[in-house]
Design a protein around this ligand. Structure first.
Ligand code: GLU
Length: 424
């Protein structure tokens, strides 16, 4: 396939993601009894900034990167959401992801609306210095519309606590006062929260614990396949292994490893590189597509979007699918899985742990008083268990699937806030 064709397919995928998000938002608002005007407000972000960031490269040349920051709805409070560094970032994708952040914050009952940012770049090919200059350039470019009480960035795909530290430092210099509350996911010494790094995986773990209870399965010895070995996937593999579950499959961008007797997770975690790559060290790796269809009890897509589609949904053998990635299952595939009685825990619920602990981080920054890890873990568990139960009950009460129930739960707070403010 030519490079142009690949780019076109990626653009189409991002557009589909955005359109399917709009479709479910429309249905959720209709089910909640809101007039069409509310959908008109919610179907697009309120604000979308596109920036061009010149960066001096190590070889002396200048490269100009394109970045975005999207703010979906700020009726509840400041907007909140990560910044991703990835070659496939697009305007449509960032827009869709910012809407999902509104939903995640609504589900976890946080005082935020949704935001998201992204830069089209490939951090795997960039030096530390180039990444630092790009991160600082991005903050300078978007500084007018972000801030601790406006819009609070965080890590996302291929961004980490070091990048958050550079961004926080740049913002603090611009404003001429220390501003830890400008960004979350920072290193602990710069005001980061205990438990933030593992928060997404912790949230997914709690969803798995709740889901197995509903299905009458024991987590001990349950067979789990995890697609993706990045921040969420790798910590999740560790937590599942520690809980006595059998992790029988994992994968990364290169391929998958499968062993029905269980994989040596501590060894794989040790060998994994900083971009989550490990399967390239093995000669018996299978493809990601093959891995998804292997026999297991719980399947966790923790990598990228559109992995479970109408093409393979009939072949998924798991009885529980927990979406740790954003948008891994298409609308058609969701329908098929539901008809087949698979319990599908949707992305906006399962991956809400990250932003929840980000909120705790921001609260700690604002009060200048820091909590021990145990307290963070307890508070996160409360939020996740309540969110899971609310959505499970909403699905039963309205006779809808968990995804629509999650959208209904997630959009309600922003819709109510918009109504009280007199916007609709
Ligand atoms: N990027 C993460 C997400 O998509 C975390 C966002 C945050 O912590 O604000 O949920």
């Amino acid at each position: 396939m030519s490079e142009k064709q690949v780019k076109k397919d990626e653009e189409k995928e991002a557009l589909n993601l955005f359109l399917s998000t709009q479709t479910i938002i429309k249905e959720a608002l209709r089910k909640l009894g809101y007039p069409g005007d509310m959908y008109e407000l919610m179907k697009e972000p309120q604000r979308m900034l596109t920036v061009r960031i010149p960066v001096k490269m190590d070889n002396g040349s200048v490269k100009v990167y394109t970045g975005y920051r999207s703010q979906h709805n700020d009726a509840v409070g400041p907007t909140k959401g990560g910044v991703r560094f990835h070659p496939e970032v697009s305007e449509e994708e960032v827009k869709a992801l910012s809407i999902w952040m509104t939903l995640k914050c609504g589900i976890a009952n946080l005082p935020y609306g949704g935001g998201k940012g992204g830069i089209i770049c490939d951090p795997r090919t960039m030096s530390f210095g180039e990444l630092e200059r790009l991160s600082r350039g991005y903050v300078r470019a978007i500084s007018q519309i972000v801030g601790p009480t406006k819009d609070i960035p965080a890590p996302d795909v291929y961004t980490n606590s070091q990048i958050m530290a550079w961004m926080m430092d740049e913002y603090s210099r611009l404003r001429e006062f220390d501003s830890p509350g400008f960004i979350t996911g920072k290193p602990i010494v710069l005001g980061g929260s205990q438990g933030r790094e593992t928060a997404t995986a912790q949230g997914v773990t709690i969803c798995i614990e709740e889901a197995v209870k509903k299905k009458g399965i024991k987590l001990q010895n349950a067979r789990i396949i995890i697609q993706g070995f990045g921040n969420a996937g790798s910590f999740l593999a560790k937590f599942m292994h520690d809980a006595g579950a059998k992790v029988i499959g994992i994968s990364d961008a290169h391929g998958g490893l499968y062993n029905p007797d269980g994989l040596d997770i501590p060894y794989l975690l040790d060998k994994r590189d900083s971009f989550g790559m490990v399967t390239n060290l093995f000669t018996d790796a299978i493809t990601n597509e093959e891995l998804l269809e292997k026999d297991c009890d719980i399947l966790v897509p923790a990598a990228i979007a559109n992995q479970i589609t109408a093409k393979n949904a009939h072949h998924i053998q798991a009885s529980i699918v927990v979406e740790a990635a954003n948008g891994p299952t298409t609308i058609d595939a969701t329908k098929i899985l539901n008809e087949r009685g698979v319990l599908l825990v949707p992305d906006i619920l399962a991956s809400a742990g990250g932003v929840t602990v980000s909120y705790f981080e921001w609260v700690q920054n604002n009060q200048g008083y820091y909590w021990p890890e145990k307290e963070v873990a307890k508070k996160l568990r409360n939020v996740m268990v309540n969110s899971f139960e609310t959505i499970y009950q909403t699905a039963a009460a309205h006779k809808v699937d968990m995804r629509l129930a999650a959208y209904m739960t997630g959009i309600r707070k922003s819709a109510e806030a918009s109504r009280f403010r007199g916007w609709v």
